[in-house]
Design a protein around this ligand. Structure first.
Ligand code: C5P
Length: 207
C-alpha cells in the first residue's frame, strides 16, 4: 500500500505520516528532508540557491547520509528548502528515489507537497492535510517555546504565509490538492484526533 500525504507547512502531516506508517507497518519518507538537505549542502558549499544548474547538480549527488544532518528540521533549513524546491532540475533529480522508496515492499507513507500530484499519482490513498495559517503558526510557536526558543508568533505566521505563497505559486509541481485526495482539516483537531481521522480515510479508501 502507498499512502500519499500532502499539505502546507505545520498542518500536522508529518505526525500523521509517522503514525500511519507505524499503524500499517509501512516505511515512511519525509520528502521535505530531501529539499532541506539540498538547501543546507548548497549553503555549506557557498553556492547560489537561485542557480538551477548548481542546485540540480547537488540534488543529483544527494546521498542518504546527507539526510542525517543534525539541524535539517529547523526553520532556517525549511526556508532554504523552499527556495531550492522551485527548480525543476532539483525536482527531476529526486523523482526516482522517491518512487523507488514508495514501491519497496511492504509499501510506504510519503509526506510532502507533490506526492499525490506528481510523485505517486497512483497512490492507494491520498490525503491533503491542511489547517488555518493562524493555527499552524500557533502550533509552531508553541513547539519552539517548548524547546526554550522565544520566537514571536507574528514572525512565525509571516514565515508560514511566505512559504505557502512560494510553494503554491511555483511552476514546478506546486502545492495543490490532487483531484482524488481527501481533505483533512486539522484546525480544530489535536494530534490524536487527526490521526484517527486519517485512519478513517485510509480504511474508507480500502473498502
Ligand atoms: O515539509 P517541509 O517543511 O520539510 O518542506 C520544506 C520545503 O521543501 C517546503 O516548504 C517545500 O518548498 C519543499 N518541499 C517540496 N516538495 C516536497 C516536500 C517539500 O517542494 N515533496
Amino acid at each position: 500500500m502507498i499512502i500519499a500525504i500532502d499539505g502546507p507547512a505545520a498542518a500536522g502531516k508529518g505526525t500523521i505520516a509517522v503514525k500511519l506508517a507505524q499503524h500499517y507497518g509501512l516505511n515512511h519518507l519525509d520528502t521535505g528532508l530531501l529539499y532541506r538537505a539540498i538547501g543546507r549542502l548548497m549553503t555549506e558549499q557557498g553556492l547560489d540557491l537561485d542557480d538551477p544548474e548548481a542546485a540540480g547538480a547537488v540534488a543529483r549527488q544527494l546521498r542518504p547520509k546527507d539526510l542525517a544532518h543534525a539541524d535539517l528540521r529547523g526553520r532556517e533549513a525549511g526556508e532554504l528548502a523552499s527556495r531550492v524546491a522551485v527548480h525543476p532540475e532539483v525536482r527531476a533529480a529526486l523523482v526516482d528515489f522517491q518512487r523507488d522508496f514508495a514501491r519497496t515492499p511492504p509499501g510506504a507513507v510519503l509526506d510532502g507537497r507533490d506526492i499525490g500530484t506528481a510523485i505517486c499519482p497512483n497512490a492507494d490513498v491520498k490525503i491533503f492535510v491542511t489547517a488555518s495559517p493562524e493555527v499552524r503558526a500557533r502550533r509552531r510557536t508553541d513547539e519552539l517555546n517548548a524547546k526554550g526558543r522565544d520566537v514571536p508568533y507574528e514572525r512565525i505566521l509571516a514565515e508560514i504565509l511566505e512559504r505557502d505563497e512560494r510553494d503554491s505559486h511555483r511552476s514546478a509541481a506546486p502545492l495543490r490538492q490532487a483531484d482524488d485526495a481527501i481533505r483533512l482539516d486539522t484546525t480544530a483537531l489535536d494530534a490524536d484526533a487527526a490521526f484517527q481521522a486519517a485512519v478513517a480515510i485510509v480504511e474508507a479508501g480500502h473498502e
